[in-house]
Design a protein around this ligand. Structure first.
Ligand code: NZQ
Ligand code: ZN
Length: 384
C-alpha cells in the first residue's frame, strides 16, 4: 500500500425525505445558486421541493447544464454567480450537474485568466465556493468526490479536473428521486459505477485486502442489483445501487492502491467526438482493454474471477478470460454495447481518439503507464 491522505468531508444524507433537511443544512439568508440540467427536476417535482427547502435563503437559478457539461455554459453560470454574490452552489441533478457545480465553484473566484487554461496547467483556485448536491441519478460518485469532467466545445475536448476544495459539503441521496429515470439512465448508472470499481481494483496484486475486499463487495452488489434495478425499479434495488455508486468513487477503495483510468480517458475522448453516453463508451472499451492487458493483469483477473464471479477454473489464463467474458455478458445484460460494430451507423475513427488523447496529454495510461498511443490503437482494433 502506498501512503495516502484521505479526507472526505461530504455529509451524506441518505434515504427517503432527506431533502427536508435542506432547511437545516443551509443557514438562513445564504445567497444560493441552484444549478440544474435540462428540466427533469421540474417534471418530477424535485425542483419545487428544493425551492421550498430554501425559502429562508436568497435564491437565483441557472438551468440548462448539459449531459456531459459544457465549459462555455458554465462560464455563463459563473457570470450569474458573480453578479448575484453567490455564497453556495446547490447542484440538483446527476453527475453532469454535480460536476458542473464543482467546476463552477472552482472558477468563480478565478478572474483575469482563462479558467480552462489555468486549471489544465494544474492551477487550483485558492478559494472555492461551497457546494451542496441533491443527487437525482446515481452513477458517478461526483456527489462526494473532488472531480469534474468538463467538455470544452471550442477545443473539442472532454477533460477531468480535480479540486479537493470542491468536494461537496453535503449530498442528499434519496432513492425515490430515481423513480423518474428511464431504463437507459438506470443501465448507464449501474454500469458506470461498476467500471469505477474495476479501474481501481483490476491493477496489481498489492497488499490492500481492505480496498480489494470492499471493491469485490461493490462489484457483486452491482452485478446482483443492477439488473434488478432495471427490471423492477424496487426500493431495495434503488437503495443498493445508489449507495454502491457513491462508495465506488468517493476515494475509499482507491486509497493507497494503483489505479488504471485508461478506459475512462479513452471513453471521454469517444464522448467528446461522438456524443455517446459516458457509460456506453466504457462498455465499448473495457472488455477489449482487459483482454489486451490479460497477461499484465492476470493476478487480479484471477482474483476477480474467483471472488466476484465464483469461477473455479484452475488455469489462470482461462480463468481470466472467463471473467472477461462474464463482464462482457453483464454489460450486455445491462443493455450496453461491447463492440463498436453495435453502435452503427456511428463510425469510430481510432486516429481521432488518439488525437484527443494526445492533445489531452493522456499518452501514458494504465497502472504501469504503459498504455500509449500504439496500445490504444490496438485496444480500439480489438473492440471493433
Ligand atoms: O439534464 P436533466 O434534465 O437533469 O436530465 C438528465 C440527463 O438528461 C437525466 N436525469 C438525471 N436525473 C434524472 C434524470 N431524468 C429523470 N429523472 C431523474 N431523476 O439523465 C440524463 C443524464 O444525466 P447526467 O447527469 O449526464 O448523467 P450521469 O450522472 O451519468 O453523469 C455523467 C457525467 O458525469 C461524468 C461523465 O463523464 C459525464 O459527463 N463523470 C463524472 C465523474 C466524477 N465526477 O467523478 C466520474 C465519472 O466517471 C464520469 O466521467
Ligand atoms: Zn465513469
Amino acid at each position: 500500500m502506498t501512503a495516502f491522505r484521505l479526507c472526505n468531508p461530504t455529509q451524506i444524507l441518505f434515504g427517503a425525505d432527506q431533502l427536508k433537511e435542506l432547511e437545516s443544512l443551509v443557514p438562513a439568508g445564504t445567497k444560493v445558486l441552484i444549478l440544474y440540467g435540462g428540466g427533469s427536476i421540474k417534471k418530477n417535482g424535485i425542483y419545487d421541493q428544493v425551492v421550498a427547502g430554501l425559502k429562508h435563503c436568497s435564491v437565483v437559478e441557472f438551468g440548462g447544464i448539459e449531459a456531459n457539461p459544457v465549459y462555455e455554459t458554465i462560464l455563463k453560470a459563473a457570470e450569474l454567480a458573480r453578479a448575484s454574490g453567490t455564497e453556495l452552489i446547490l447542484a440538483v441533478g446527476g453527475g453532469s450537474v454535480a460536476d458542473a457545480g464543482k467546476f463552477l465553484a472552482s472558477i468563480v473566484p478565478i478572474e483575469g485568466v482563462d479558467p480552462w487554461d489555468y486549471l489544465v496547467q494544474g492551477g487550483v483556485s485558492t478559494t472555492t465556493l461551497p457546494v451542496g448536491v441533491v443527487l437525482t441519478l446515481p452513477a458517478t460518485g461526483s456527489e462526494s468526490n473532488p472531480v469534474s469532467v468538463i467538455s470544452n466545445k471550442g477545443k473539442g475536448l472532454k477533460l477531468p479536473f480535480a479540486n479537493e476544495k470542491a468536494r461537496p459539503q453535503f449530498a442528499i441521496l434519496d432513492p425515490d428521486f430515481m423513480k423518474s429515470l428511464d431504463r437507459r439512465q438506470l443501465e448507464n448508472g449501474a454500469v458506470d459505477a461498476f467500471t469505477h470499481v474495476i479501474e481501481q481494483y483490476l491493477t496489481l496484486p498489492v497488499n490492500a485486502p481492505v480496498q480489494f475486499g470492499f471493491s469485490e463487495t461493490l462489484l457483486k452488489v452491482l452485478i446482483e442489483w443492477g439488473p434488478k434495478l432495471v427490471e423492477t425499479g424496487s426500493t431495495e434495488a434503488r437503495e443498493n445501487v445508489m449507495w454502491a455508486a457513491n462508495q465506488a468513487l468517493n476515494g475509499l477503495i482507491g486509497a493507497g492502491v494503483p489505479q488504471d483510468w485508461s478506459t475512462h480517458m479513452i471513453g471521454h475522448a469517444i464522448t467528446a467526438l461522438y456524443d455517446i453516453d459516458h457509460a456506453r463508451t466504457l462498455t465499448l472499451v473495457m472488455p477489449a482493454l482487459m483482454r489486451f492487458k490479460a497477461v499484465d493483469k492476470q493476478d487480479m483477473l484471477v482474483r476477480y474471477a474467483r471472488n466476484v464471479w465464483g469461477i473455479t477454473e484452475a488455469d489462470p489464463a482461462k480463468a481470466a478470460e472467463l471473467a472477461i467474458a462474464r463482464t462482457e455478458a453483464f454489460f450486455r445484460e445491462m443493455g450496453c454495447p461491447v463492440r463498436f460494430s453495435e453502435i452503427a451507423p456511428t463510425k469510430v475513427v481510432a486516429e481521432d481518439i488518439v488525437h484527443h488523447l494526445e492533445v489531452a496529454g493522456h499518452t501514458a495510461l494504465g497502472e504501469r503507464q504503459d498504455i500509449g498511443i500504439k496500445q490504444v490503437r490496438d485496444i480500439l482494433a480489438m473492440a471493433a
